[in-house]
Design a protein around this ligand. Sequence first.
Ligand SMILES: [Zn+2]
Length: 122
Amino acid sequence: MQDQSTEGQTMMFCHGCAKPLHVSAVACPACGAPQRRSAAAREDESEKSKVTAGVLALLLGGLGIHKFYTGAWGWGIVYVVLCWTYIPSIVALVEGIRYLVLSKDEFARKAAAMKGPFAWLW
Ligand SMILES: [Zn+2]
């Protein structure tokens, strides 16, 4: 199922009869097929979870696991190299709290805006 690009995220196609539907439709008016998976739900599944990132930062942040998770593997390597200094652990603790404090939407927006291995999600 693809969204109509010209309609932004507002339209999708019926799972049953492939007629265009609004993403908020719970069932197809034409054939009655239930539309369980909205575009928003699909986006949620592909998004990085702020809770996962936050918990990884708090528990394994000293090894930069949350950096690898969010795609900033460059920072991940830096964290691993410097883990013996405990500095990454302290930074990750703050980052983990920050991730958890951010709203889900804010975190998703920031995660989506990250580019390259040294992007900094804050
Ligand atoms: Zn239909």
